[in-house]
Design a protein around this ligand. Structure first.
Ligand code: ATP
Ligand code: MG
Length: 252
């Protein structure tokens, strides 16, 4: 694993030792429509984990529950040893969980710089961890630095996705939740995007939970993987072992 850059060594070392996500027996959905049933999942410190499954399986719903965007009917969600249940999305973000939602996660009428500053605002209200600087983020995504004053809506889909991820990093997360970050990218760019996510993870030493339709590409950059099917967790495997699963094609 690549060593974090000097400016972030301290941030990594002072991260609370239990900064891991534990979802235990979660049942959740939308009003009377229960989507997730008794779902459990763990993202250990500094782990990249894929969450896979067919359309409508409940992947985005699980990320929303973890990020506090929706509540849970039953079960626990712990982060860094603390329950997140009932905290709401603003508090969860301050606690260090950043969600990059499916689709366009940017404000198109704000400039790239203004989008990034919104993430920085969340970090300013957070305590107990070192802040990620804009220089550091722009170093990771150099394509954005010359365009800071341009409206985010003028960028290509792939570049907007970069802005969305960069904004999430500006919140100084300890866990990054990515909902289909490669959507809308040309196939040749999907691998590049996922490689970039893997190197972001290595630079910052944070956990990443990534939902992807590009199964092979996602597994290549992941340590472990889960498969959701009709709202139930049906597999948990080391990423390299999942492709050898004899039922893999049935699962999707
Ligand atoms: N805001 C919502 N209100 C009501 N039902 C919803 C809402 N969002 C999703 N659902 C329903 O919840 C179920 C799971 O949807 P979800 O978006 O979590 O699936 P997904 O695995 O992310 O699918 P996809 O691969 O298409 O993104 C689906 O039946 C969907 O119709
Ligand atoms: Mg989804």
């Amino acid at each position: 694993m690549t060593e974090p850059r000097d400016g972030h060594r301290a941030a990594v070392q002072t991260m609370s030792p239990g900064a891991a996500l534990e979802v235990r027996g979660v049942t959740a959905g939308y009003g009377a429509h229960t989507v997730l049933r008794d779902v459990s999942l763990t993202v250990r410190e500094r782990e990249v984990v894929s969450l896979l499954g067919h359309n409508g399986a409940g992947k985005s719903t699980l990320l929303r529950a973890v990020a506090g965007v929706i509540g849970v009917e039953r079960g626990d969600i712990d982060f860094g040893g603390m329950s997140q249940i009932g905290h709401g999305s603003a508090r969860v973000a301050q606690d260090g969980i950043a969600l990059v939602p499916q689709g366009r996660g940017v404000f198109p009428n704000l400039t790239i710089g203004e989008n990034l500053q919104l993430g920085g605002g969340i970090a300013r209200r957070a305590t107990g961890r070192e802040k990620v600087s804009m220089d550091f983020v722009l170093d990771l995504f150099p394509a954005l630095s010359s365009r800071l004053h341009e409206d985010a809506g003028t960028l290509s889909g792939g570049q907007q996705q970069m802005v969305a991820i960069a904004t999430a990093l500006m919140t100084s997360p300890r866990l990054l939740l990515l909902d289909e970050p490669s959507t809308g990218l040309a196939p040749v760019l999907v691998q590049t995007m996922l490689d970039q996510i893997r190197s972001v993870h290595q630079e910052l030493g944070i956990g990443v939970l990534i939902v992807e339709q590009n199964i092979h590409e996602a597994l290549r950059v992941s340590d472990r993987a889960y498969v959701l099917r009709l709202g139930e967790m049906v597999r948990e495997r080391p990423a390299s072992a999942l492709l050898d699963d004899p039922d893999i094609w049935d699962l999707f």
